[in-house]
Design a binder for this molecule. Structure first.
Ligand code: NAD
Length: 334
């Protein structure tokens, strides 16, 4: 049987670049689209277009001649970025998603996977560190914490209505904190696992063993390794399930515990300095009952195994930076 031609948007980003490699290994023809090429590797895509998907005509070009779209392009980052750029995020991501889905429809795309987020869940269900894991139906009545989550929720609904009204097969995944190698690790858009790996690598290489943690570090989360993430999205795309589905690990831990695990992997003793900083919701975990039921699968890779690979990669990046320029040491401690 002839395999589908696939478009991955956000293919220059963290999850998108891994997904392109995964799909190529499965034998698909893949077009990647992004504002930039992947930062930490070359792309495996058959074709890569540099396009701004906020613009309608670029979305038409991107979706031409493909059967399926994995829509990952977004203006996003960790809590530091999300909590400080509400207007920019809502504007940019709304344009990207409205135009990409409508262009996919006009180009007769058959299947469309939208990447949503655990950030859509209502803030009042996440006020306690010992939070009840979030089920898909907890999304309503809606009250996400940030503009990032509101836009994701509206785009989820856009997918639902396009499926109902126009018959395009949409799939919607809600990621819970994906981490791994080749993700942003500095510059302000990095997320907690990468930021803590960077701080601990710096501590190890510089001998300055105190690291900053935002808040009291008792906020809780679950973390899912990138290989499980791409496997999960692929399985969802192939399934006939069209409602939003959580994709993450359901092992919850505090940020302090996350730092302790990474320090053990690095083989350094660290002390934590708790400073003011955006923390997001107080607690969050994924309820994976539906994931297991629908995909007959759940993430397989342990947090420790995923962090070992991620830390090793980030330590290598930090070390290379040290070698390039001693003055850069200061810049990467922030
Ligand atoms: P990322 O920032 O690494 O990748 C997003 C990519 O989109 C970037 O390469 C960026 O350049 C591109 N992009 C931004 N604006 C664009 C535009 N106007 N036109 C074309 N491309 C544009 O993020 P990621 O972690 O790979 O996330 C992928 C998707 O998954 C996003 O939709 C994100 O919101 C969602 N998500 C990720 C996580 C996570 O933990 N990483 C959690 C929840 C949801």
């Amino acid at each position: 049987m002839k395999k589908s031609k696939i478009l991955v948007t956000g293919a220059g980003g963290f999850i998108g670049s891994h997904l392109v490699t995964f799909l190529k290994n499965k034998g698909y023809w893949v077009r990647g689209v992004d504002l930039k090429y992947p930062e930490f590797s070359t792309t495996d895509a058959d074709e890569f277009q540099i396009l701004d998907l906020r613009r309608w005509e670029n979305c038409v070009r991107a979706t031409e001649g493909v059967d399926e779209v994995y829509a990952l392009a977004a203006d996003m980052g960790g809590m530091g970025f999300i909590s400080a750029h509400h207007a920019q995020i809502l504007y940019n991501n709304s344009l990207i998603n409205l135009h990409t889905l409508e262009a996919a429809r006009t180009n007769d795309v058959k299947r469309y996977l939208y990447t949503s987020s655990a950030c859509i869940y209502p803030e009042h269900l996440q006020k306690d560190t010992n939070v009840t894991p979030l089920k898909e139906e907890d999304a309503y009545p809606a009250y996400p914490q940030d503009a990032y989550g509101w836009e994701k929720l509206v785009s989820e609904r856009l997918c639902m209505h396009y499926r109902e009204d126009y018959g395009i097969e949409t799939r919607t995944v809600r990621f819970h904190n994906i981490f791994g190698e080749r993700g942003t690790w500095e510059g302000g858009r990095e997320k907690a696992p990468a930021a803590i790996c960077r701080k601990i690598a710096f501590a190890k290489l510089s001998g300055e063993t105190q690291i900053d943690i935002w808040g009291d570090g008792e906020q809780t989360r679950s973390f899912c390794y990138i290989d499980d993430c791409v496997e999960g999205i692929y399985r969802l795309m192939l399934s006939d399930f069209h409602e939003p589905l959580n994709l993450g690990q359901d092992r919850m831990l505090t940020i302090n515990e996350l730092a302790d695990i990474i320090a053990r992997i690095a083989g350094v003793e660290i002390s934590k300095k708790h400073i003011d900083g955006p923390q997001g919701v107080r607690g969050r975990n994924s309820n994976n009952d539906k994931l297991r039921e629908i995909l007959d699968w759940e993430p397989q890779i342990s947090l420790e195994d995923g962090l070992r690979k991620t830390y090793t990669w980030i330590e290598g990046e930090v070390e290379a930076r040290f070698e390039q320029n001693a003055d850069m040491r200061k810049a990467i401690t922030v």
